[in-house]
Design a protein around this ligand. Structure first.
Ligand SMILES: [Zn+2]
Ligand SMILES: [Zn+2]
Length: 146
């Protein structure tokens, strides 16, 4: 009887079990590295390229699930476009500049934004979970093309 390689699905000591499908999606994010923001379509394309037969709907479901497990973070972007990035515990809150035309996304840090969030939370008696800012604009290339 063949002994399987074992389930190596224990992640970051969370004790969460991951199906091969979910593991594949996470591996993909780990490969592209932190600071990359992938849409479901991006992930779908990569999986197809790796010969995984999977529907876009399944990719969406997997992404939402991984986000609910706090392994991925979902970016709140304008106009309903969704992107995901790797969520690591040691990664501090950062903010995003998003091009409204092409979706190019840049990250930035701001102690002032964090402080403003903390101040507002304290003032209104909120327990702070995160304060992240999304700034919309047109990137240089898109602005030049208008
Ligand atoms: Zn980011
Ligand atoms: Zn752009």
């Amino acid at each position: 009887m063949a002994v399987s390689g074992g389930l190596r699905h224990d992640l970051h000591g969370r004790g969460q079990r991951l199906t091969p499908q979910r593991q594949r999606v996470l591996d993909l994010f780990e490969r592209v590295g932190a600071g990359h923001h992938l849409s479901a379509e991006d992930v779908h394309l990569q999986l197809l390229r790796a010969d995984a037969r999977v529907s876009l709907a399944t990719v969406y479901r997997t992404l939402r699930l991984l986000a609910s497990m706090a392994l991925l973070r979902e970016l709140e972007l304008p106009e309903g476009s969704r992107r995901f990035e790797l969520a690591s515990a040691e990664q501090h809150d950062h903010h995003h500049l998003v091009c409204a035309a092409c979706g190019r996304t840049e990250e930035f840090d701001s102690a002032q934004v964090l402080q403003a969030g903390a101040d507002a939370a304290a003032k209104h008696g909120f327990r702070l979970l995160s304060s992240r800012l999304t700034v919309r604009g047109l990137c240089g290339a898109c602005a030049a093309a208008v």
